[in-house]
Design a protein around this ligand. Structure first.
Ligand SMILES: *Cc1c(COP(=O)(O)O)cnc(C)c1O
Length: 404
């Protein structure tokens, strides 16, 4: 096993220990190499850094606050809880950090057309937004079932000028949307950049998206040192593909005193097809360009997944998380649908913040852990997005009535 610390991963070919890599058809090797070269070149270019930071600040609204959740802390009666407010970013979630970074790269490469996949629609909206802002053509692939579940985001993308393609194959959700986006990319390589939305897929996507999202952890680190004069004891984030979690965790990986917990979707419980907790029932496999933990049956067929939150509902997890899991640097747990719904309502009522259902999984984990920690301990939880997209679904589930 390599002695390299997690903080310097991946290696030159995109491996995080035994995970990651580049498992794609021949025709995608050349554009991935081109992207990798441009990405590393941009990382060293002060002009790129300035431009990236300019748009994060002036267009997206960074830095986001690190907010002390006083009433939640008091209610739980243990550790002091801080919320990293990614929900306050333009378009309502952390996804825009990565979308800005990638569209700037696409422009440097002279691309004129942008494609993306989306599950809940948050990444599609972020991509449609930056494409509109820079005047590039944009096509977003979305499973037909997701289009129906997340109609609000479909309308938003269309208003922003994007074409939304409803994908009717298979389970008609995120996995099929990614397949369609990859098919489009193969056909239109010369003009098109594919903005992938999480720390997943073939190299260099996992490392690239992590680097565009690490601004979350870099800010949180500065903010907590300023506000509390010390590092936090615990970081908590939900894990779909894993980008908001990697973004928060990465700048703290070398701080041995900081514990980290990634929260997957436990759905209706850890039974086949009822959850999306890849570290609780998944096994080593290759899916959509990378090697990682995957929910599959004994013949290697990808299993159906379920979560109340579309953004966590995917059969595989980013390869860097798999590596951090095996090295026990990050602990991975899961929260079930009903506990996430309860946390959603709790944060709304106690703090006046309606979280995304994805983020509510992280809040539910805080509700379990904070009471068991002493009052001088500090927790930072990543509030990855706001819950507007989820209000009708939650209202229905918890039985809210219209006034008569
Ligand atoms: C997409 C999304 C997630 C899950 O994606 P990650 O890559 O794991 O961060 C979590 N929260 C929100 C609000 C999202 O939109």
């Amino acid at each position: 096993m390599s002695k390299k610390s997690s903080a310097t991963m991946p290696d030159a070919r995109g491996h995080f220990g035994p995970y990651g890599g580049r498992f794609v058809p021949e025709t995608l090797m050349q554009p991935l190499c081109e992207l990798e070269t441009e990405f590393y070149r941009a990382q060293k270019d002060p002009a790129f850094k300035r431009e990236f930071e300019y748009y994060l600040k002036e267009f997206c609204g960074r830095p986001t606050p690190l907010y002390f959740a006083e009433r939640l802390t008091k209610e739980l009666g243990g550790a002091k809880i801080y919320l990293k407010r990614e929900d306050l970013l333009h378009t309502g979630a952390h996804k825009i950090n990565n979308a800005i970074g990638q569209i700037l790269l696409a422009r440097r490469m002279g691309k004129t057309r942008i494609i993306a996949e989306t599950g809940a629609g948050q990444h599609g909206v972020a991509t449609a937004t930056v494409a509109a802002m820079f005047g590039l053509k944009c096509v977003v692939y979305m499973g037909a079932v997701d289009c129906e579940r997340q109609a609000l985001n479909v309308y938003r993308m269309k208003m922003l000028g994007a074409e939304v393609v409803s994908v009717k194959a298979g389970q008609q959700t995120l996995k099929e949307a990614i397949n369609e986006a990859m098919r489009d990319w193969v056909t239109n390589i010369r003009t098109t950049h594919y903005i992938l939305g999480t720390v997943y897929g073939a190299h260099p996507y996992p490392v690239m998206v992590r680097n565009f999202q690490r601004v979350i952890g870099d800010e949180a680190r500065r903010q907590i040192l300023k506000q509390e004069k010390r590092l936090p004891n615990l970081l908590i984030a939900c894990v779909g593909g894993g980008s908001n979690a990697m973004g928060l965790f990465y700048p703290f990986l070398k701080d041995k005193s900081v514990r980290m917990v990634g929260v997957e979707a436990g759905g209706r419980g850890i039974k086949p097809n009822q959850h999306a907790a890849r570290f609780h029932g998944g096994s080593l496999g290759v899916l959509q360009g990378t090697r990682s933990y995957i929910l599959q049956d004994k013949n290697g067929q990808i299993q159906l997944t379920h979560s109340v939150s579309a953004g966590l509902d995917y059969a595989a997890v980013g390869p860097e998380h798999a590596w951090l899991h095996d090295r026990k640097r990050v602990e991975y747990t899961y929260i079930k649908d009903d506990a996430a719904l309860e946390a959603f309502m709790k944060l709304a009522r106690l703090e006046g913040i309606i979280p995304a259902l994805e983020s509510a999984h992280a809040i539910a984990e805080v509700m379990k852990r904070a009471p068991k920690m002493s009052r001088n301990k500090l927790i930072i939880v990543n509030l990855s997005g706001r819950g507007d997209k989820d209000v009708t679904q939650v209202a229905d589930k918890v039985g809210l009535q219209m006034p008569k």
